[in-house]
Ligand binder design. Sequence first.
Ligand code: F0G
Length: 440
Amino acid sequence: MRASKKTSSRPKLRSKKDGYALRCFACKETYAIDDYGKFYRCKACGNLLEVKRTGGLKKTRDAGSRLGVWKYLDLIPLWNEKNIISLSEGGTNLVECKNLANLLGLKSLYVKFEGQNPTGSFKDRGMTVGISKAVELGFNTVMCASTGNTSASLAAYSARANLHCIVLVPKGKIAMGKIAQAIAYGAEIIQVDGNFDDSLRVASEICESNHEILLLNSLNPFRIEGQKTTSFELVEQLSGRIPDYVVLPVGNGGNITSIWKGFSEILENGLEDIVGPHRGSKAPRIIGVQAEGAAPIARAFMAGRFDSIHPVMNPHTEASAINIGSPVSWMKALAAIRDSRGSADYVSDEEIFTAQKLLASKEGLFVEPASATPIAYLSKIARIGERSNEYERIKTSTVVCITTGNGLKDPNALLKDVSPASLRTIPADAKSLETVLVNN
Ligand code: F0G
C-alpha cells in the first residue's frame, strides 16, 4: 500500500453526514450511520459493520498540537461537537525502552502506555466516541459485557453523560480494581454465571431485541473509530515515521481492528493536514498476541486459516482481560493480520507474568498481565533467536508494543507469588536497618 500525498480526490461534501456510511465488513452492503442501534449486524449476511468514509474529507478546524482522541474529530463520524463526552482520553506517552531493547537484542523498542488513560485502559479512546454517539443518537441506556476494562470505562463515561449503564461480567473472573471502578462510577452490575463469551451472548440478545439499549462492546463500530486514533498518535509521536511493527494483545479482536484501520486510513488518504507530514509508504506489520489458553485467532493464523476460527469452549488464562474463547471480531482481526503482512502467536501465563515483571523492573512501566503479552512475545522469539524468521526481521526494526491497561487494576495477579506480609520487616530504629544493609 502506498501513501498518497493528496488529502482526498473525492468530491466536496455538503455536510459531514454525507461523507460516512456503515458498511458490512464481509458483503460491503451499506447503511446509514444514524441507524446504528436499530440493528448491529448486516441485514443481508449477518456480519459485523464498520464505519466507511464515502465522500471527500472535510477539514473543519485546526485542532492544535495537543494529542488526544478529539484532535481527530474530522475523522470521526460525530456530527455535533456539543455531543462530545470526554475525560481527555488519548495522548498517552510513547516510551522508548532502551534497557529492554538491549536485553532482547532489538534495535528500537517503544511502548505506548495506554494505562495512562482516564480509567486506566485503552478502552477510553473507544468509549468517548461510543458514548458521544450514543448521546447523539438519543439513547438513555447503554450496556456491555466485559472482562473488566470495558465495564470500568463504559461506567465512567455513562456517569459523565448521565446515562443508565448496565454491565455484565463473568462471575469471579474479573480483577478487583476493575469491578471497584464500575461500582464507584455507579453502574448497574450484573454477574453472569458463565464466562465472557456467555456474557456477551446474553447482552447481545437483549440489545438486539430491545432497541432502547445500546450495546457498547467493540463490535460497536464507533468504538473502533475512537481506538483507531492510537495509530494517528503513533505516527505523530514518531515524528512522521510509520513503525515497522506494532505488537498488541488480542482478546475480542476490536483493538487490532482499530489499530489497522488507523494505519490504513493514513496510507490510503495521506491525512497530512490532520496527522501531520509522514514519511514512508509501507504498512506496519501488525502482530496479535493471545494467551495460550484462549488463542483461537493465533491458532487460526498458524494453521493458515483466515476465513474461520475454532472457538475455545473453556478458555483459561490468568490474564483475565483476554480470557475470551469466541472473539466477536475474529474476521476483522485476521484480516488486519493478513492485510498488514503481520502475524499472530500465543504465550503461556508464565511467560506473561515474567514479561510483566521485566517491563516494570527494567523500564518502570507497570502494566496489567494481558498488556504484557507483547513483551512476552518478544522475549519468546528472542529466546528462539536465529531460528525465528520474525525475530531476524524484528531485531533491526522499529517496534511499538501497545500496553493496553494499567498494572494497578489487577495487583492480586502479581501478588499471588509474593505476599506483602512475607516481605522483610525490621524494628523501627536505624540500628536494625544498618544491620540488615550490612548483611545484604
Ligand atoms: N488488553 C486489555 C487490558 C483488555 O482489557 C482487552 C480487552 C484487550 C487487551 C483485548 O482487546 O478485545 O479489543 O482484542 N478487554 C475487554 C473488556 C474484552 O471487556 O474489557 P480486544
